[in-house]
Design a protein around this ligand. Sequence first.
Ligand code: AMP
Length: 307
Amino acid sequence: MSIVVVGSIGYDTVETQHGRIADALGGSASFFSVAARFFAPVSMVAVVGEDFKSDDVKFFTDRNVDIRGLVHEKGETFRWHGRYHEDMNQRDTLHLALNVFADFSPDLLPDQRRADYLFLANISPQLQSRVLSQMTNPKVVAADTMDHWINTERAALIKMLAKVDILTLNDQEAKLLAQEHNLVKAGRAILKMGPKTVLVKRGEYGVLLFSPESMFAVPAYPLEEVIDPTGAGDTFAGGFMGFIARSGKVSEPVLRKAVVYGSVMGSFVVERFSLDRLSDLSWETIDARYRAFVELTDSQHTKWNSQ
Ligand code: AMP
């Protein structure tokens, strides 16, 4: 039930209404791993440069993330600098330096190839396909993508989509990929491209799940203060895939519960900068918010049923 994740690890500089943080540990694989490991063993596949701090390696090992697939290359680690608008659903990338990530072409370890669960974080569709082709017989393959790949590598992306079970992307990206203004029509159109489940992330408005048989919506957990939304999508994916791996199967009830656990994990990460909030989270705190989430969304909740 181990999950393999392939994605970025980098140092993020982030500016929001609440302040600025420079060169903080980030990247899609980081957020995903630290969230998913609450549910199931995680093995990461990523690349860092010579400047990657040993404390940051320890950050992962202290949290039982398997880092045998973390490659150290000559050169500098990936860097991203983003600034959020007052409306935190909007952000601008001020600077992006791929550095060692530019030539990343991983060779999975023999046991990683045999893993049941694979998450292809937001990397080029060609690279996603290359990784996927190394897998022996995965039970569930999920992938993330972004507007950049939809615009520049549409053909490779569509080819890759035929081979994945689950796709996660945001609402603008779903409309762009499907070339459709209506989100429901877009979700349905993407299902026809291959994935059996499409998860549309809508920031503070929550997540919409599309499958051929159904549609399921959850809100984002309402928070008084969002400090830094960076990594919310990858953290959501970590909770989502983590719960599926822990369940050991994919069914409609498992998918629905996984969406709620993903949303719970996403609601924590945005409460502080970088990976700060995830770093000292306990299972009891996750479970308490899961129960609060259920109470928030269930109009028939037993707590109020007797009144
Ligand atoms: P999210 O907020 O879920 O989109 O994830 C943000 C994380 O993705 C940050 O930690 C960045 O370091 C990382 N990131 C930003 N741009 C890219 C990119 N082009 N390729 C890979 N990772 C990226």
